[in-house]
Structures are given as C-alpha cells and as structure tokens.
Design a protein around this ligand. Structure first.
Ligand code: LFR
Length: 478
C-alpha cells in the first residue's frame, strides 16, 4: 500500500505546531514541520488572541509540511485542533464582527458569580449540557458580548469555534464540529448531539448562530486558500485538542484513566454515558464529547500554566523541552523528597493573576504554610500538588462510578516530566504509563487517517500506536 501523508495543525494556548504524519506499512512516522509560541495579548483590561498571527503560522506551517514530502507526493488532508471554548462571530461574508477574546479574559466574572448564586438555573444547565459553570465557557463569554453590545445580534450571523474558523478560512465551509461545540456549555448532553434550546435561551444566544454539529471525520472539501495545497482535503478532526489527546491514548481496554498534562491537567475517561447529577455537578465534572461521539467525563485541573507563569516571573519563559528538562533536573538534584505542602488547585485566583507568585504565596500564607524560596521550590510544590490533584480526581471518579482504575495513561508536555509522573503515581498508588507523546497532534492525525480509509478504526490505530511507542512506567514508591 502507498504511504499516506496528512498534516495536523495543533494550536495550544502557549504553543502551536504543525506535524506531518505519514502512515506506511502500519506505522505512523511523525515529523514536526513547524512550532511557534503562542500567547494572548492584553490591550487595556482585556485579553485577546492574535488571530492574524495564528493564521500566518498555520499557513506557513502547512507549507513547510508540504515541502517536506518527496516530490510528486502531496498532503492527502489536513485537520485543525485548538484549545476549547474560544470562538469568532462572523457576518454573512465571513468577516469578523467582534474581536477574538481569550478565555482567560476577566469579562465573565460578574455573570459567573450571578449564575453560581442561581442554584436552580445552574442545576438545570448542568443536566441539559453536562458542563459545569466555569469561567472560560463559551456560554458566559457570548452572554457578556450580547449583554454589553446588543447590536451584535444584528451584525453577526454565525459563531464558529476556533478550529471551525480555520477550517472555514482553509476550505470555505463554515461548520460547527461536535467535540469543540461540546466545550461551550450550549450543547445538549443527550445522544442527539445538537444545541440545547434551554441553554441557548438561558444565555440569550441566537440559535441561528450555530449549525447542527458535524461529527469528527467529516470531509469538508479541498483547501482553497493556499494554492500550493490544491487537492489537499480539509477534514473536521476533533476540533478540541483534549478530544484529540484522548483519541491518541494507546489504551487496550477497561480500567485506564487518561491524563493529558499541559497548560491544564485533564483527567478523565471514556464512557458511552455522561456522568450527571448533583454530585458530578459539585465535583465540576465536564462531560465533553470524544472523537467517536461518546463522552469524556473529566475534571479540568489548573495545570502547568501555574509554572509557566511563574517561570516568566523568575526568568525568561521556557521556550523548549530543554528548558523544562533543566528545571526537572535542578529540582531533582536539590531534593528527591516531595514537598510537605500541597496547593489547593482550581483556586479562582490562579486563573489569570497579575503575579502567579503572589497568588500562590497568598494561598499558602492564608493556610499558614511556608513559602518556597526559589523557582525549584515552587516547581516541586506545583508538581506534587498536581500529582495529588490527579489522584483526587481519580478517586472522585471511582466513588461516582463504583469502578476502579488500574493504570493512568499520560500524554502531553507534562508526560516528559519524570517528577510529575512519579508524583502522580505516588499519590494515586497505581502505575503511570507515560508516552512522551504530543497526543493532541497524534489524535488529530488519527482521525484523518480513519476518514481517508487508510486506518480501519480508532481501536486499530491505538493498538498499532501502543506497539510502536516508547513507554515509561512509573510505579508508586510510597
Ligand atoms: C486544553 C483545553 C481544555 C479546556 C481549556 C480551555 O488546551 O482545551 O480542555 O478546558 O483548554 O479551553
């Protein structure tokens, strides 16, 4: 069989990449064609993504990926995934009619507090959408836009999530993809996978801004925007990076807990059914959609964002794997023993503080715990706290489902960090299998290969991947 080459555009809140994947002889070869750093920008009191720069990077990355192919071959397809919730508002000509705010913008805080006080509405929303009230939800963002600028409902005719918007720029097709739509708190949690009229009404959001979601794997049509990529198909992969990361988990059956560790720590599992009810709502379990349309009950824990912010305060923000590895080595050299204290994660004040160090110190002081004195001290504290947070989520799922997890499968940037993997294994008391894998990009590639018919299905892909990957197993020490 002939090799099939496809490209994954994988945009994260702190870095983006374009990965070329070639499937040949039942193996996936990966090549990083392009990587760039990403950040939101503050203009006055608000935070925005730089959409022009992102599009420029996507375009150059795709050209670089195509240029790596042997002459005469071309990219069969491409797919785009991004972080969740963020979106654009367009008019009929496809023009942006509102600036692209970043989900860490503080604009939704008053409405979030009001919604949290309204227990009945919150409970109804959770039962309808399976998504708890969280500051980044699209629902709250759109409600703020509409309340402050009512005229927007005259200007905008469509709302596209970021991956949908890139698909539109590339192919001309404006569709809403299912997994990214499920991050909005506006999608119905039932099987039919359509928008929830109750949730849209609660937030005053026009229904016609959305189309019934397309399922991952839908072929949208050929690239139109980049002449060099003529003939390459745009495929709606799971638009949500976390759904891609979960698709890439080399699981072989029951009993695996999934952890995608990056800016956020996303701890969850796959299930044909959502986890609903008051206990799930209280525990802030998000029932997002998986690439196959099933559910991914998960908790979203403040992740390495804390340390990324802190590093910027101590020194330059780390730019690459080497900087992170150096911090891990320095921390391990200073002490192999874990720190005594644990941060309470998901403290609202960690969402986008002017100084992360001050925010962390404030929590520790309030709880009469000692403050770390160096970056290494903070790194240790954060990794151990994350390990504990991962284990707490696991126990929560176990108590709600009555099932036990046997292993934790870990992908994402944090899976390369041996101290974080070990802290997780120690706290959870089960083995952690780390794959040092950019799961988000790999899940994106997988869905394209399946849509093109090169790979039979996801379980076949996962089996093949498991056999290829270098796996490090961390067994609990304590
Ligand atoms: C991770 C992620 C999380 C989502 C957060 C904000 O990149 O997609 O799943 O909750 O970003 O959108």
């Amino acid at each position: 069989e002939r090799p099939v080459s496809v490209a994954a555009v994988d945009l994260g809140a702190t870095s983006g990449r374009v990965i070329l994947g070639t499937w040949s002889g039942e193996r996936l070869a990966l090549c990083e064609a392009h990587r760039f750093s990403n950040t939101y920008r503050e203009l006055g009191p608000h935070a925005y993504w730089d959409i022009g720069t992102l599009w420029h990077e996507v375009r150059s990355g795709l050209l670089k990926a195509a240029a790596r192919l042997p002459s005469g071959t071309k990219l069969a397809s491409l797919g785009v995934d991004t972080w969740g919730c963020d979106h654009v508002l367009l008019d009929d000509t496809g023009r942006l009619v509102f600036p692209l705010h970043a989900y860490r913008d503080n604009r939704v805080q008053p409405a979030l507090r009001a919604l949290n006080r309204d227990r009945d509405s919150s409970a109804r929303l959770y039962e309808a959408t399976g998504i708890p009230n969280i500051f980044y939800n699209t629902s709250l963002q759109l409600a703020e836009t509409l309340t402050r600028y009512p005229a927007i409902s005259q200007l905008a005719t469509r709302c596209l999530f970021l991956p949908d918007y890139f698909n539109f720029l590339l192919s001309g097709r404006a569709e809403n993809e299912l997994t990214i739509a499920s991050t909005s708190q506006l999608l119905d949690v039932s099987e039919n996978a359509n928008w929830s009229p109750a949730a849209l009404a609660q937030f005053g959001i026009p229904q016609h801004w959305f189309r019934p979601p397309v399922v991952p794997g839908a072929i949208l049509g050929p690239v139109r925007a980049i002449p060099e990529l003529r003939g390459t198909q745009v495929i709606a992969v799971p638009g949500h990076d976390t759904a891609c990361a979960y698709d890439a988990m080399p699981t072989d059956g029951e009993g695996d807990l999934f952890l995608s560790s990056g800016t956020w720590s996303l701890v969850g599992f796959e299930s044909p059914r959502p986890l609903l009810g008051p206990a799930a709502q209280k525990a802030r379990i998000s029932n997002e959609r998986a690439g196959n349309g099933h559910f991914r009950p998960l908790t979203n824990i403040d992740g390495l964002f804390l340390l990324e912010q802190l590093m910027a305060e101590f020194a330059d923000r780390p730019r690459n794997d080497k900087d992170w590895a150096a911090l891990v080595n320095a921390t391990a050299a200073q002490s192999e023993t874990p720190s005594e204290s644990r941060l309470r994660l998901n403290d609202g004040s960690f969402a986008s503080p002017p100084s992360m160090r001050t925010a962390i110190d404030a929590q520790l002081s309030k709880r009469k715990l000692s403050l770390p004195r160096s970056l290494v001290g903070y790194a240790r504290l954060i990794w151990d706290s994350l390990g504990q947070g991962h284990a707490d989520s696991m126990r929560l799922f176990e108590s709600l489902t009555g099932e036990r997890f046997k292993r934790i499968l870990m992908v994402g940037g944090g899976s390369k960090n041996r101290l974080l993997c070990q802290a997780t294994a120690d706290a959870a008391r089960i083995p952690v299998l780390s794959f040092s894998l950019e799961g988000t990009a790999v899940g994106n590639l997988a869905r394209q290969l399946i849509a093109l018919g090169a790979v039979k299905d996801l379980s076949h892909f996962r089996q093949t991947l498991a056999a290829q990957l270098k796996t490090t197993t961390y067994t609990p020490h304590r």
